[in-house]
Design a protein around this ligand. Structure first.
Ligand code: NI
Length: 395
């Protein structure tokens, strides 16, 4: 099986690089992946898959029929780009001013397509159905929910995904057991005081001063009231309020993001924040509103599926190409939304250049990918799919 996958990957490699460069030159923003979706659908149709467009708004779903085995294996790739002006100077750089595939979703889409090409050409068809999910709007953490609403997880028994990573060298695959990324929730706090003359603070309720105490108290409370072994990051990234230097502000709005790894921590966050804000506001007579909006949960990699991917990498490329990841990231990834419906695992595809002193990070205008990683990604994904099916159908 592996030698067949390898041979097919070698054969399609030049075509995959062509596909990736095409996608890279024509990036589209979240929710506007019209041309990308049409292109993806075209490639999938030419592999003989049953293709559905406009799933989850601008997503594409394709099914590769197999044997009668129960449950569907889903393979997910995201397709959107970022509002970043590309500065790589590549001859296939973005032709859309201010839009760039700076998170490698062009590579994810290419690996998804390559996997479909390989699995559809296997001599012996897979024992069950494989469903390819090409989702829009990952960067805005909306696409997975759109796809889910359109029923893409129906009958899915497991889901596989990948993300490129520039600090892992091309050729290597990052494997993580347990939490890969954090839960990311949005926070809005509005503090309402009472306006007054800047010279007569005792006649007013200063919303700016109270807001500064709310921020300080929240940060200090993390250190004194939260389990230090359960990471929690609360960042207020935007603050607005006040009208003039000599007028006491009557209202301040704080906007932030809250990242956590442990489900218990996440569960009690809204109440914990509300209590702190109330405790600061009430003695001074300020009113407040706390709006905690749940974003995406943490990506929790399933142990058995992660084990399958790891052993596939070891067998295909050698154990020296497995990079075990010991620390989760507090970044967010909406792959986790699928994991609320079926177990799954996401691996990190190393795309860093060995011979460069600097590999620019994701979301950087000079972010680049060593394209030798694409074939590695395709072999890892296709072989993991085969091994998953073998694990399901072995007596
Ligand atoms: Ni990404």
């Amino acid at each position: 099986m592996l030698s067949q996958i390898r041979a097919l990957a070698d054969k399609i490699s030049p075509r995959l690089i062509e596909i990736r460069r095409h996608l890279h030159s024509h990036p589209e923003l979240s929710g506007q992946e019209y041309k990308t979706a049409a292109y993806v659908a075209g490639v999938l149709s030419s592999c003989g898959l049953h293709v559905q467009e406009m799933v989850g708004k601008t997503g594409v779903v394709a099914e590769l029929a197999g044997g009668e085995a129960e449950g569907i294996l889903a393979i997910r790739a995201d397709m959107d780009a970022l509002p970043i002006r590309e500065l790589t100077g590549l001859d296939y750089a973005s032709d859309q001013l201010g839009i760039m595939h700076a998170c490698g979703h062009d590579v994810h889409t290419t690996v998804g397509l390559g996997t479909a090409m390989i699995l559809s050409q296997l001599e012996v068809p897979l024992p069950g159905t494989t469903r390819f999910l090409f989702q829009p709007a990952e960067e805005t953490a909306q696409g997975a929910r759109w796809m889910l609403k359109d029923g893409v997880m129906k009958d899915v028994a497991a889901v596989l995904g990948l993300h490129v990573y520039p600090s892992v060298m091309a050729g290597d695959i990052g494997i993580r057991y347990g939490a890969l990324t954090a839960a990311a929730d949005d926070l809005e706090i509005i503090i309402v005081g009472e306006s007054g003359h800047g010279a007569r603070p005792h006649e007013a309720v200063d919303a700016i001063w109270i807001a500064s105490q709310v921020i300080t108290t929240l940060q200090q409370s993390i250190s004194r009231t939260q389990n230090p072994l359960h990471p929690l990051v609360l960042t207020i990234g935007q603050i607005s309020g006040g009208r003039a230097p000599n007028v006491i502000a009557d209202s301040v709005k704080l906007l932030g993001t809250v990242r956590s790894l442990h489900p218990d921590t996440r569960e009690h966050l809204p109440q914990w924040i509300e209590n702190i804000v109330a405790g600061v506001c009430q003695p001074y007579g300020a009113k407040f509103e706390v709006n905690f909006r749940r974003g995406v949960p943490s990506v929790m990699n399933d142990e058995a599926l992660t084990q399958i991917t790891q052993s596939c990498v070891e067998e295909a490329f050698g154990s020296e190409h497995v990079q075990l990841i010991y620390e989760p990231s507090l970044g967010a990834e909406d792959f986790s939304v699928y994991l609320e419906h079926a177990p799954g695992t996401m691996f990190r595809l190393g795309v860093g250049f060995h011979d460069r002193p600097v590999n620019y990070p994701l979301h950087h205008p000079k972010f680049e990918v060593d394209e030798m990683a694409i074939a590695r990604g395709v072999v890892t994904m296709a072989y993991s799919a085969c091994r998953y099916w073998a694990s399901r159908t072995e007596p």
